[in-house]
Design a protein around this ligand. Structure first.
Ligand code: FAD
Ligand code: SF4
Length: 330
């Protein structure tokens, strides 16, 4: 790893200005879990890390703050461990945060850093290889080892989005507040950039822009939710596939249904097809099977990852059954 300076600004403006001037040589550091991995791997070699944790004049970076209207604001520096332990948050978010990585990582890793971490594709992570993501002219996963890659929405790059929190937050209709020359609030879905738009990046933040907080709108009456995940090694591995679901059951039929799959596509994958099957219907095992089939109907697996189709269907059914409190059939 190349030597670097750790800068500890105390104001938001100082942090932003520093990165804005030299966005390649100066990077924000939150928990540092992904960033330091990338530096050790030789993928990034910033001269300075700008520590976000010393910023003292911007309260919205910190805390889990319910708002009077019934929503909640989550500071970008809140850790995964804090989210997992926050009883006031929806189950889908607590379960997702509590399942990611290891207890040690969850104590360090932050909400903002989790959403903005870079993909795990091993061709990208190998400093000696130059694929589309690093400005090359081909996706090496297409003809190479693609067991962990996208089955939905892929091309020309086939990464899967690495953030576990992203799927859960999309299921809760989250938006994000961004600090920059043009401060703004955007739907979380608009934070993510797919490879058809630009294969070299995964988010839409400009140089020196900072994710301040995630905003959760008030929950509809009777909202229930669940998260399901499969990993090779349950204790500490990356997800193979994830399913995040929320729905309202106030009137006996499901409304405001959100179905999001993780680790199947370059961006967290909201399945409008599954939602259309479920909306305004009473929950049943048969309906959940149909919704899972509809969610995976557009899938186009690569050579080594067709296993993700039945896995995603099974996880989605599990999450729907748990959210609707309906026992899973044997
Ligand atoms: C063994 C292992 C297993 C893992 N399993 C999972 C898993 O199951 N699910 C999962 O989601 N992740 C998993 N991870 C990844 C880990 O959760 C992420 O690396 C971590 O969440 C990143 O958060 P951080 O705060 O450390 O980010 P950092 O490493 O500090 O930052 C990540 C990136 O975001 C930028 N950044 C950070 N905060 C902001 C901000 N507020 N505004 C603008 N830019 C910002 C940084 O400049 C950097 O480029 C795993 C990691 C390991 C090592
Ligand atoms: S999936 Fe993306 S990151 Fe991986 S080899 Fe292909 S272009 Fe590179």
């Amino acid at each position: 790893m190349q030597p670097f300076a750790l800068i500890r600004p105390t104001t938001l403006l100082a942090a932003r200005d520093r990165v804005h001037e030299h966005p390649r040589a100066r990077l924000f550091r939150a928990g540092g879990v992904d960033l330091l991995d990338r530096m050790k791997e030789g993928l990034d070699a910033p001269a300075e890390l700008i520590d976000l944790r010393t910023i003292a004049d911007e309260k919205s970076l910190r805390g889990i703050n319910p708002d009077p209207a019934g929503g909640c604001q989550l500071g970008a520096l809140v850790t995964l461990a804090e989210l997992a332990a926050a009883a006031e948050l929806d189950a889908v978010l607590r379960e997702a945060a509590g399942s990611a990585a290891t207890p040690g990582i969850r104590n360090l890793a932050t909400l903002g850093g989790n959403l903005l971490q870079r993909p795990r594709c091993w061709y990208y992570r190998n400093v000696d290889l130059v694929c589309l993501k690093k400005g090359g002219d081909a996706c090496l996963a297409v003809t190479g080892e693609n067991k962990y890659h996208a089955i939905l929405g892929g091309g020309p790059s086939f990464i899967v989005h690495p953030s576990t929190l992203a799927a859960a937050l999309l299921a809760l209709d989250a938006s994000v507040d961004i600090a920059g020359d043009t401060p703004r609030n955007i739907p979380l879905a608009d934070l993510f950039v797919g490879p058809k738009q630009d294969p070299t990046r995964e988010h839409s933040l400009g140089p020196g822009e900072l994710l301040l907080r995630v905003v959760l709108p008030p929950a509809p009456p009777g909202r229930r939710s669940a998260y399901a995940v499969a990993k090779e090694k349950q204790s500490h591995d990356w997800p193979l596939v994830e399913a995040a679901v929320s729905l309202s059951l106030a009137t006996g039929v499901m409304t405001q249904v959100r179905v999001v799959l993780g680790h199947v596509a370059p961006t967290p994958w909201r399945s409008r097809e599954a939602e259309a099957v479920l909306e305004n219907q009473a929950p049943s095992a048969d309906l959940f099977r149909k919704a899972a089939a509809a969610a995976l109907a557009p899938a186009r697996p690569l050579r080594h990852n067709a296993y993700k189709l039945p896995l995603a269907q099974g996880l989605l059914r599990e999450a729907l059954h748990r959210a609707a409190d309906l026992p899973l059939p044997e």
